[in-house]
Design a protein around this ligand. Structure first.
Ligand SMILES: NC(=O)c1ccc[n+]([C@@H]2O[C@H](COP(=O)([O-])OP(=O)(O)OC[C@H]3O[C@@H](n4cnc5c(N)ncnc54)[C@H](O)[C@@H]3O)[C@@H](O)[C@H]2O)c1
Ligand SMILES: O=P(O)(O)OC[C@H](O)CO
Length: 315
């Protein structure tokens, strides 16, 4: 497959998941003239009909459904050229795998592309400008997906570090919960800047342990997404933290939330992995204890502020 071959052609795109993000991505590809079919478990079309002749299969399924949907897709015949794109930001509770690792395991002979960036779907639905990243070990696959989604209102960059791009989008959700707590407790701009910066350090540390590149975390899919999510009430993860700080229980908060706040599950999986690998994750640990109901938001703050003093970096 070559990028040139695809540059002017209109592709057949199957979008799996018709939630906030799947619908936004479907609109972007449709606006570029591609033939887009959308599948959701509540919809009328069968997954088989949506997958028929698909050149691109994009999953915007919540993490909880990825493994099951990938195995459903496996039972249908696809062209070996079909490119899989994953836009899910989460970690598999059973294996701690990322969504792209799941898709790649199920489809070892296909190109898999990660799409991730500072992309609050409500803003994209309002046709406000945004940028994102498509990352793959197969550069031509990322370039083809770049062409499918790029427009005057959606600027798409390619990147050769799919793991780093995927982890940036996933790990920032936990920090966004903490940022919501920070704003909910009205701790001020200094505290927020400290939290987000040390959150990024924590993301880099986890990412490095996983095998991702440090620089990726300073790009759109890392710092960019961290800034968007930690500073916007449109973020569901931020809202979770904000409401917990206001005294609501997690159950109450999640019951009133529109869509998926992946950071809640990611935090559990991350703690499991951090313990196994002995990675220091102080912010994630306090978010975890808060979500478990073990501590109050104020206690979480005290725990973070009163940790042993130390150098900023271990050069
Ligand atoms: N909304 C955003 O702004 C945004 C932006 C970028 C990335 N994301 C990521 O995209 C993913 C989806 O987010 P969303 O906002 O669209 O969530 P959503 O809750 O609006 O939609 C989730 C979709 O997944 C489907 N789904 C859930 N469990 C399933 C299962 N077991 N089997 C089959 N389908 C299942 C739902 O039916 C729905 O179509 C998340 O990982 C999220 O982090 C969201
Ligand atoms: O609403 P959230 O918290 O899932 O954030 C949405 C996107 O991940 C922002 O890029």
């Amino acid at each position: 497959m070559s990028e040139q071959m695809y540059s002017n052609s209109k592709l057949s795109v199957a979008i799996l998941g018709a939630g906030a993000w799947g619908a936004s991505l479907a609109n972007l590809a449709t606006a570029n003239g591609h033939q887009v079919r959308v599948w959701s478990r509540q919809g009328s079309q069968t997954i088989q009909a949506v997958l028929k002749d698909a050149q691109i299969v994009l999953s915007a399924i919540s993490m909880i459904g990825v493994r099951d949907v990938a195995s459903q897709v496996q039972s249908f015949t696809l062209s070996p050229e079909t490119i899989f794109v994953t836009a899910t930001k989460g970690l598999d509770p059973q294996t701690t795998c990322t969504p792209s690792q799941i898709w790649q395991t199920v489809f070892p002979n296909h190109a898999v592309v990660v799409l991730s960036g500072p992309n609050l779907s409500k803003e994209i639905q309002m046709e406000l400008p945004a940028a994102t990243v498509v990352a793959s070990n197969i550069p031509t696959a990322a370039e083809i997906v770049q062409l499918v989604f790029s427009s005057g209102r959606f600027r798409v960059y390619t990147n050769p570090d799919p793991l780093g791009v995927e982890l940036g989008g996933t790990l920032k959700n936990v920090i966004a919960i903490a940022a919501g707590v920070c704003d909910g407790l009205q701790l001020g701009t200094n505290a927020k800047a400290a939290l987000v910066t040390r959150g990024l350090t924590e993301m880099v540390r986890i990412g490095n342990n996983w095998g991702a590149k440090t620089e990726t975390f300073y790009g759109l899919s890392g710092l960019g997404d961290l800034l968007a999510t930690c500073n916007s009430p449109l973020s569901r993860n931020y809202q979770v933290g904000y409401q917990l700080a206001g005294g609501k229980s997690l159950t109450e908060t999640l019951a009133n939330l529109q869509g998926t706040a992946e950071g809640v599950n990611t935090c559990q999986v991350l703690m499991q992995r951090a313990k196994q690998q002995n990675i220091p994750v102080p912010i994630t640990e306090q978010v975890y204890r808060l979500l478990q109901g073990e501590i109050t938001p104020r206690q979480a703050l005290d725990e973070l502020m009163l940790r042993d003093i130390k150098p900023e970096y271990n050069y």
